[in-house]
Design a protein around this ligand. Structure first.
Ligand code: AKB
Length: 317
């Protein structure tokens, strides 16, 4: 079998994805690429390197006879605003390098886009698959350019690149990254550690969200779908639930009645204001059978119970 390479394997998506892939494939079939191989918590092959180093990427792809790349390495929205040049290099530069290598070595690619591809001129409720894409963040600009690049390489070179517009993802196996929807992960750490949290978004900031198990299920399902089912070569709208901070707080309070949250919206609110509130993902559901399983209640129960078993203080930073 041709092997699978996962970049960004220690992030929120990468961690759960590698664990899920490992249930389906043998140890030697999965290769992770990371800056640091010392914290290798997976029973897979790990390679050291930076996704901006095209020569190293090519060496790894040749050495392991790679057939699929999940290219997850990237900066999130808030981190990208702090360092737009670095975001461009990592989020877009490395995607271009991998697409070029896919032309040469004929492998398939998964690349995550995001609801950040939309902007304030996009319809916010049930945002359609095909609509205005005028983001005002560097991260969003990277995502739109990346989506178009994937489609271009498919049309021009036949590269089988597939993508999902991830909503805010909520998981418990890694600490939250530097993004906007990440309040929805930080809040659980606050609830578990000290029964309180100060939210950096307004209490009524509704955003599209998804529990990580659904995201991983959908990502693998997309990659396993026959090519003829894939009618979107930019990136599929990918939805599950949507909620506001106060709705999440009320759900947490059902299980932890002492939990308190206050709201101090900061610069991140402006990013949230430019994103949709809910997503129409009917095309993904029609084309390749996407279906989510977790609602707000079920997700909250799993997050609290899992973080109680493995409390944040003992976790890798
Ligand atoms: C972020 O908030 O930056 C990400 C995303 C929605 O892409 N979680």
């Amino acid at each position: 079998m041709k092997k699978i390479l996962v970049t960004g394997a220690y992030g929120l998506v990468g961690t759960d994805l590698v664990l899920a892939l490992r249930k389906k494939y043998k140890r030697d079939d999965i290769i992770t690429l990371s800056h640091n191989t010392t914290h290798n918590q997976f029973d897979v092959i790990s390679e050291k390197g930076d996704v901006r180093d095209g020569k190293n990427l090519e060496k790894i792809i040749k050495k392991h006879n790679i057939g699929t790349v999940y290219h997850l390495a990237g900066l999130l929205s808030v981190a990208s605003e702090k360092n737009p040049d670095l975001a461009w290099e990592i989020n877009l530069g490395s995607l271009k390098t991998i697409l070029d290598l896919a032309v040469k070595y004929k492998f398939r690619i998964f690349w995550p886009s995001s609801i950040a591809a939309f902007g304030s001129t996009t319809p916010k409720i049930n945002t359609p698959q095909r609509t205005v894409l005028e983001p005002t963040t560097m991260y969003g600009v990277n995502k739109v350019a990346g989506e178009l690049l994937c489609q271009y390489y498919f049309l021009r070179y036949g590269v089988d690149a597939r993508s999902l517009r991830y909503p805010g993802l909520i998981g418990y196996k890694t600490p939250p990254g530097d993004g906007t929807t990440e309040y929805s992960v930080h809040i659980f750490y606050g609830a578990i550690k000290e029964n309180k949290y100060t939210c950096f978004l307004k209490k009524d900031a509704r955003l599209p969200m998804m529990f990580i198990d659904d995201a991983i299920y959908g990502t693998i399902k997309l990659m396993e779908a026959p090519a003829k089912k894939i009618t979107v070569r930019t990136s599929y709208n990918f939805g599950a639930i949507n909620f506001t901070p106060i709705e999440l707080v009320n759900e947490i309070k059902k299980l932890s009645p002492e939990f308190k949250c206050d709201y101090k919206p900061d610069h991140r609110q402006k990013i949230a204001d430019s994103w949709p509130k809910s997503i129409d993902d009917s095309q993904a559901r029609r084309d390749w059978g996407w279906k989510h399983k977790y609602d707000l209640e079920k997700m909250t129960k799993v997050m609290l119970s899992q973080l109680k078993i493995n409390p944040p203080a003992g976790r890798r930073k």
